[in-house]
Design a protein around this ligand. Structure first.
Ligand code: BEZ
Length: 186
């Protein structure tokens, strides 16, 4: 998937709290029809092949919204994306999404409000069937896996907590992230 022009990259996971990419500007954003889920194994960042961690992907959900952060990249977008392709090579691929920028974070879409600015952007998506797809599991099972896993980028528990803290700072509601963070020890 080629960069859009201008190139907006939508982050809904670690890109929210640790972008580690150069960008021109960033704006809170949402995508409609998607839900954030810890349904992807991480064997290279927040886990290891023998004890994988769980990281987020987007699950298609017609009536839901996923809040995140949109980054406008500069003219080096293709290089930045190529680096991200390598960083996220564990099953993610680029996907085009429609982004709503500068919306009232945490609020449901309001038909009477002024229309949000909508742009075409890119995000990374791990589809069912990729080699690291973990899929749904009971929350207690996901929490136990997260609590155990650690990898070169840090513990899986810190990943969940940092994401939860960043979403709270944005004012975004995500009951799946909040429920998982609440189950993690200390
Ligand atoms: C993110 O932070 O949005 C993200 C980055 C790479 C893969 C999946 C999600």
């Amino acid at each position: 998937m080629a960069p859009t022009d201008p190139c907006w990259l939508f982050g809904y996971g670690s890109l929210i709290f640790r972008p580690a990419i150069p960008f021109v500007e960033r704006r809170p954003a949402r995508v409609r029809g998607w839900t954030r889920r810890f349904w992807q194994w991480s064997t290279d960042h927040r886990g290891e092949p023998w004890r994988p961690g769980r990281v987020v992907t987007l699950a298609p959900t017609p009536d839901d919204i996923c809040w995140g952060m949109a980054y406008r990249l500069d003219e080096a977008a293709e290089t930045i994306l190529a680096d991200l392709d390598i960083r996220e090579r564990g099953g993610y691929i680029r996907m085009e999404v429609e982004l709503e920028l500068d919306v009232s974070v945490g609020k449901a879409p309001d038909a009477s409000a002024a229309a949000p600015q909508t742009v075409l952007g890119l995000t990374y998506q791990a589809w069912p069937g990729n080699r690291n797809y973990a899929g749904p599991a009971p929350l207690a099972e996901i929490a136990a896996q997260v609590a155990e896993a650690t990898g070169p980028s840090g513990t899986n528990a810190d990943y969940v907590r940092d994401l939860h803290t960043a979403l709270e700072a944005l004012g975004a509601q995500d009951t799946h992230v909040a429920a998982l963070a609440a189950r993690l020890p200390g």
